[in-house]
Design a binder for this molecule. Structure first.
Ligand code: IPM
Ligand code: MG
Length: 370
């Protein structure tokens, strides 16, 4: 069996703390189950800036390209707030996404039964919630040119970001959404703003056509993103797969995160297309939440989004479906037992630290697999 190469990028802030929990699972699988995961480690974000003077080094980009999968913690923090725009920690993450051509960002929004009370919405609205947000990740306003601030003189400046999409970019993300819907409840909701944006107009047209040509068995509906955001908090269970652009996907996934009780619960997978020659598909797995500098170093960060991202890595990069399912069940079982990190704590539950949560999930995982 070929070794499975995982490149670890803990990043900044709590990224480092939660990555330590993910490592425990990889070590267990290597030591006890004789898997052959080979982990290298690099720097991204502010920590990379401290060492290399830029938010990711060319060497680490190369190592990410050479790996079977990248596991990333989080980037950013107040320490690096004053860096120039090109050097900010987030630029490292964006370069990784672009260089690895990870156009499809999958963000599952699952409300674990034990957490339906932790949501800011009434529990009956979120109980059993299982949505998949498919966010376009390498186009749109994040990367469109021109992107600049022009000094017009006399204290006046003009800032420009450019929202741009081409047919092929919309079509490939739509296909991902339709394919995934076929493995779920078969319903895709596409969100854009064709009432004000040309990119929205093209988006809707291409999604409609892709559906009509290849995916008539899937149900497709369209929503304007503002209305979609409202529906997401009004009646979230109406959704199965939501497909949307880079910026809208960023916003909607944070909103959807709160439906699950905490943003600390949301994993993500960013996938590219398979290389035609090597058949290798680049991928990054990372929590949706950020580096949470406010709780840094306290040992209270929720490691579940990171551990659930590892489960996605097992599923999508290594076709280890049993291990992925067991890991997700282990998370659910620990929540059923009443263990809670501070972000999802409620009265009567047992408050645990980051590493206690990681260990408890690992114990369940071990029992399921041995
Ligand atoms: C996310 C984050 C990133 C984004 C930031 C850190 C650049 O918010 O993954 O949702 O905006 O895409
Ligand atoms: Mg975001």
């Amino acid at each position: 069996m070929e070794p499975k190469k995982i490149f670890l990028l803990p990043g900044d802030g709590i990224g480092i703390e939660i990555m330590n929990e993910a490592r425990k699972f990889i070590a267990f699988m290597n030591d006890e189950l004789k898997f052959d995961f080979v982990c290298e480690e690099g720097l991204v974000g502010g920590t990379a800036c401290n060492v290399y003077g830029k938010p990711i080094s060319d060497g680490d980009i190369y190592r990410a390209l050479a790996a079977d999968a990248v596991l990333l913690g989080s980037v950013g923090g107040p320490e690096w707030d004053d860096l120039s725009y090109d050097l900010r920690p987030e630029a490292g993450l964006l370069r990784l996404r672009k260089d690895l051509q990870l156009f499809a960002n999958l963000r599952p929004v699952i409300c674990y039964p034990a957490l339906s009370n932790a949501s800011s919405l009434k529990s009956e609205l979120v109980e059993g919630l299982d949505i998949l947000i498919v966010r376009e990740l390498t186009g749109g306003i994040y990367f469109g040119e021109p992107k600049e601030i022009i000094d017009l003189g006399q204290g006046n400046k003009r800032a420009i970001d450019t929202q741009v999409y081409e047919t092929c970019e919309v079509m490939r993300i739509a296909k991902v959404a339709f394919e995934l819907a076929r493995t779920r409840r078969g319903l895709v909701t596409s969100m854009e703003k064709h009432n004000v944006m040309k990119t929205g107009l093209l988006w809707k047209e291409v999604v409609t056509e892709t559906h009509a040509t290849h995916y008539r068995d899937v149900m497709l509906s369209h929503m304007l993103t503002d209305a979609g955001g409202m529906q997401l908090v009004r009646k979230p269970k109406q959704f199965d797969v939501i497909v949307t652009d880079n910026l809208f996907g960023d916003l909607l996934s944070d909103v959807a995160g709160m439906l699950t009780g905490s943003l600390g619960m949301l994993p993500s997978a960013s996938l590219g297309s398979a290389d035609e020659v090597t058949e290798r598909q680049h991928a990054i797995y990372e929590p949706v939440h950020g580096s949470a500098p406010d709780i840094l170093g306290k040992g209270i960060a929720n490691p579940i989004a990171m551990i659930a991202s590892l489960a996605m890595c097992f599923r999508y990069s290594f076709a280890l479906n049993t291990e992925a399912n067991c890991l997700e069940k282990a998370i659910s079982a620990v929540l059923d037992d009443g263990l809670r990190t501070a972000d999802i704590y409620s009265q009567g539950m047992r408050k645990v630290s980051t590493s206690e949560m990681g260990d408890a999930i690992l114990e369940k995982f071990k029992k399921m697999l041995s």
